[in-house]
Design a protein around this ligand. Structure first.
Ligand SMILES: [Zn+2]
Length: 303
């Protein structure tokens, strides 16, 4: 993916030279500009791309007894789906295995291999659901938003100042088990290299009126609020109880958004594709892109 992107940049450079030759003015883009890294805002993530992942999670649940819960085949299929998409985009992904209640669980970890690893911004969402239903808003929505954000970085040939790392957690529904395992196995020095953890849970709620911003880190929360305010979207402070609490316990700064209060199908069989709003999910995924690019200082090459 990155190789193809650099070819495109090269082709654009050749084109720029050709155009400059024809026009022959000093205003033409200098040849040296092509490929130069400049700070960038992310391109828009289309709702269709997000819904394609969400529908895949529904299909996985349908084919595996109606759920994607820890210890059930629907969870393993969800892991395989996310990992395959990341691998195809050029990521090196890690499956971290753990055991809980006698069953194997996995965290999927993927890192975009550019930027200062000493200042890692980590983005996480739980990938597991409960046995009662397919878990599409909770948390196929957050899982899809993060997956499409990871693919966007690869497509954009992004070069952040800080390192960006993604995680899809196992067994969150049983007590934040996957994220706790991750932190337990992380060396003290590696923990210090994570400067911020951002969590996303249930980010596709239908008829959502207010985006719920985790209130733990007021400075990061202010960045989210600024993004939403510019789009005339209302926010409120929220105290959530998902995987960011594992990071908070490990003394790592946390932020993010999401919340269950508006979802009538929370942990029920009706948490299907029909329980997700493409509008909400689009706003959420694009907010994640805008804010994470800003926080990590993402630059992209001039085509
Ligand atoms: Zn959840």
């Amino acid at each position: 993916m990155r190789f193809r992107a650099s070819l495109t940049a090269g082709a654009a450079a050749v084109l720029a030279v050709a155009v400059a030759g024809v026009v022959g003015t000093a205003q033409a883009t200098p040849q040296s500009a092509a490929g130069r890294l400049v700070p960038a805002d992310p391109p828009a993530i289309p709702g269709d791309a997000l819904m394609a992942h969400v529908r895949e999670f529904q299909k996985i649940a349908d084919a595996n007894g109606g759920n994607r819960a820890h210890g059930r085949p629907g969870f393993r299929s969800s892991v395989d789906y996310v990992k395959a998409a990341l691998d195809a985009a050029g990521y090196t992904t890690t499956l971290q295995t753990f055991t809980h209640q006698g069953a194997t669980g996995w965290n999927v970890i993927a890192e975009w291999p550019h930027g200062d690893a000493g200042q890692t911004v980590m983005l996480g969402a739980h990938l597991d659901g409960v046995p009662a239903g397919p878990g599409i808003n909770d948390n196929g929505s957050g899982s899809a938003a993060l997956l499409e954000n990871a693919l966007l970085l690869a497509r954009s040939d992004a070069r952040p100042d800080k390192r960006l790392r993604f995680a899809w957690w196992g067994a969150e529904e049983l007590g934040l088990v996957g994220s706790e395992q991750y932190l337990k196995q992380l060396a003290a020095d590696d923990k210090k290299r994570i400067s911020l953890y951002l969590n996303f849970d249930m980010v596709g709620v239908k008829n959502l009126k207010k985006w719920r911003i985790y209130k733990e880190s007021p400075d990061v929360a202010a960045t989210w609020k600024e993004h939403f305010r510019a789009k005339s979207i209302t926010t409120e402070d929220y105290q959530a109880s998902s995987d960011q609490l594992s990071f908070k316990s490990a003394k790592i700064k946390v932020s993010g958004f999401g919340g269950k209060s508006d979802d009538a199908c929370y942990h029920k069989a009706c948490d299907t594709v029909a329980n997700v709003s493409v509008e909400t999910l689009g706003v959420s995924a694009n907010a994640i892109a805008a804010v994470s690019w800003k926080l990590a200082g993402v630059k992209t090459p001039i085509p």
